[in-house]
Design a protein around this ligand. Structure first.
Ligand SMILES: *Cc1c(COP(=O)(O)O)cnc(C)c1O
Length: 386
């Protein structure tokens, strides 16, 4: 009786439904399923952050409607965090806004700047929200393939001139989900120049900016010349501080772009619960040792999983950042994952679910402990060595 709007019908169906059903079935059969599918940290939010929420939640003045753009004290804390971790100066009054998780900001950005028929440049494979939010704004996603031969960076020179001219936003995401690739400085400069030349908003999703290994530090795009002319950077406490359920993130960078996004938000939501902002301040102003410890845990898991995969003949490299391993299975990724679930009780995500260039790859999330990873490797040995 109720027909979905055309813009919603254009959004492709959830590709992992079949995988989820298989996983459920295995669990019902009593199999102890090992799930490397979800990119959601298993580690707890650090204690001092939880305590800050508890204290703030009890205060009446924190229980009221928050401001749309976030408490000034929260935005000042973001500015300190960016100064300390990235060497980037932000004006907390005009160059930072709070978000209900960075996904919310990413999803709302096209509504602020995209007209019917405008292009949005989106990485493929990629986080599905870039594609979907473009469609929700009646824009046209133009997919930029991320290929291994280009180190999983888009080839900006191959974007046709007429597409570049009609593009309003380019989404990029480094360190990258799902490929775990990082962006070299030359590429970031090239992307900023490209967006300057074509008057395109460079929307950088930096959700994994602090999850880095082997001494690598992921730069903020805002460190580079001209970045404040064209760039909005999305960041989040979700991965950095194991706070996915808390729903708090922020956007920073170009004032005009932030003001546009905020205009959408003032008409859609009413900001982030102030007690959660207080907890976020405690996180960002707290010791960086909690981030370092997080990274150490993921790095050990990374080494264990990649070495194990290589031992059983699955090609995978140790990534410099993110908590994903992008394994090259060289065959149909959905079939491979179905076989993993069915024969070994192991769940991973088929690369094709993130876009057609993800075919032939499988994503493992490092959100399970070392013992579980070891058990998974044992199962893989049995499965693949026979
Ligand atoms: C996890 C993730 C996010 C956002 O998470 P929030 O919890 O909404 O802040 C954004 N982009 C990518 C690529 C992610 O993997």
């Amino acid at each position: 009786m109720f027909k979905l709007a055309e813009r919603l019908e254009k959004i492709p169906p959830y590709l992992f439904a079949e995988i989820d059903a298989m996983k459920k079935k295995k669990m019902q059969e009593g199999v102890e399923v090992i799930d490397f599918g979800v990119g959601d940290p298993d580690l707890p939010t650090p204690e001092h952050i939880v305590e800050a929420l508890k204290k703030a939640a009890e205060r009446v003045e924190r229980q009221k409607y928050p401001s749309y753009e976030g408490m000034l004290s929260f935005r000042e804390s973001v500015a300190r965090f960016y100064k300390r971790r990235k060497g980037v100066e932000l004006d907390p009054e005009s160059e930072v806004i709070s978000l209900i998780g960075s996904k919310e900001g990413i999803a709302h950005l096209p509504l602020a700047f995209v007209n019917n028929g405008d292009y949005v440049l989106v990485p493929e494979p990629g986080y599905p929200v870039y594609y979907a939010s473009t469609l929700l704004a009646d824009g046209i996603p133009y997919e930029m393939p991320l290929k291994e031969e280009n180190n999983f960076l888009p080839d900006l020179q191959s974007i046709p001139d007429d597409v570049a001219r009609k593009a309003k936003i380019m989404f990029l995401n480094y360190p990258n989900n799902p490929t775990a690739a990082v962006a070299p400085k030359d590429f970031i400069k090239e992307a900023i120049d490209f967006c300057m030349d074509n008057k395109i908003i460079l929307a950088h999703d930096a959700a994994y900016s602090e999850i880095t290994f082997d001494g690598y530090k992921a730069p903020s795009f805002l460190e580079f010349d001209n970045a404040f002319e064209v760039c909005i950077e999305f960041n989040s406490l979700s991965k950095t501080y194991n706070m996915t359920g808390w729903r708090i993130g922020f956007a920073c960078g170009n004032k005009e772009i932030l003001a546009g996004l905020l205009k959408v938000k003032t008409n859609v939501d009413s900001g982030v619960f102030e007690a959660i902002q207080e907890a976020a301040i405690a996180a960002m102003d707290g010791p960086d040792s909690v981030i370092d410890e997080n990274c150490r845990v993921y790095q050990r898991r990374r080494d264990l999983l990649v070495e194990g995969l290589n031992e059983v003949g699955i090609e995978a490299e140790k990534p410099k950042a993110t908590f994903y391993v992008w394994a090259k299975v060289n065959r149909n990724s959905v079939d491979f994952v179905k076989q993993l679930i069915d024969k070994a009780g192991i769940v991973a995500t088929p690369g094709v679910g993130f876009g057609k260039s993800g075919e032939g790859y499988v994503r493992f999330a490092l959100t399970r402990g070392e013992e579980v990873i070891e058990k998974a490797i044992e199962r893989l040995k049995k499965l693949l060595h026979k």
